[in-house]
Design a protein around this ligand. Sequence first.
Ligand code: DUC
Ligand code: ZN
Ligand code: ZN
Length: 466
Amino acid sequence: MTLLIRGGTVVGPTGATKADVLIDGETIVALFAPGAAPHIENVIDATGKYVIPGAVDAHTHMELPFGGTHASDTFDTGTRAAAIGGTTTIIDFAVQRTGEVIQDGLAAWHGKADGNCHIDYAFHMIMGGVDDESLKAMDHLVANEGISSFKLFMAYPGVFYSDDGQILRAMQKARDNGAMIMMHAENGPAIDVLVKQALERGETDPIHHGLTRPQELEAEATSRAIWLASVAADCPLYIVHLSASKALEQVARARDAGKNVFAETCPQYLYLTLEDQLGAPGFEGAKWVCSTPLRSKHESHRADLWQGLRTNDLSVVSTDHCPFCFKDQKELGLGDFSKIPNGIGSVEHRVDLLYQGVVDGKLSLARWVETIATTPARMFGLYPRKGVIAPGSDADIVLYDPNGRTRISAETHHMNMDHSAWEGWEIDGKVDTVLSRGEVIASGGEYTGRAGRGRYLKRGLSDYLI
Ligand code: DUC
Ligand code: ZN
Ligand code: ZN
């Protein structure tokens, strides 16, 4: 079936143009100057709307086991919420638990996702242990499974943590097989000392989660990861959920020196703060316990991160979607902040939250699309199938209404959470229509997609590999 999206303004990383988009089946086949398209029976009127590539969220954790519980979104609920919010591809993190064979961890992740996703999906692999066997498995995953990025943790000793020797070995392997190393850059052993000391002083409230993870320990780990990557012959390195000015300085310095180093940030670090959210009265702040943590509003983190997005020292905005309900899940940390499951859910809201940055004059329209769709697709080997409106690309398209308004609330969101980190927020702009591979799955507030229509995407190597 052919379909024409007519009358809209197509926005891509190089700017905005009035154009009509012709779709045949699942694929974009042509762009036409306004009015130049042949007569087509099926038309979607996009007058007054931005026509953007479906957004790509390169960092989600559906059903992640963490802190004695599981992230509360399944692949069904989480990808449905993502779709409604204009995200048409997620890259979730499959997990190798410590002691587990990587292929078994991957098979378990396919077991959770396959047949349940509303949108297309791919996986990164969390390495819960670096040894001869897992290093060999990295080659296999890159060559055969479409997994070309591996996350390591400098934090969480005893859980996901890798020491510097393990990190170096994985980086050397990645340098050989073309994979990207993704790094959770926080100095876990040092954080554990601060956490123990805080608890001994009786400091148990959620805000101490942030106070025991100072930005210096994010900056130090970021710098160490960069130097280790340098020792590994400039293995490509991607710093996840960067939150702090001093960590950004390390990335900017490496990039200025021509290093193969990239970083993402997340909406929570662009908008929310240690004092106003994590420091909310009583136990309320548990809703905003995530790692890396929210940073102080009395320092320049948020302004620096917006600037980093403009200068490309930050290349991508992902969500690190890792939702936990307040009741029974966040509550596991009542009386001890270190037991609060780490994570914030916002897979549904990233497109809107970043559009607010355009409205506020912090980001150009083109950069909005680039950071939420095009660059994540290029960074992780999904381009040009995803992340761009061009002939040959999948017809993953969002019609965005700049005159609409979005109000965020747990009462109306679609994520499986009993609260929202963004409760009561009002945003200028609204997702109007969402197409996934040519099928309209959301329009005018009505959802018509279904679980199981999403396909697993085998990814290639990063476009930014040198
Ligand atoms: N950070 C979180 O906030 N949640 C899950 C894992 C992580 O690194
Ligand atoms: Zn992490
Ligand atoms: Zn994460």
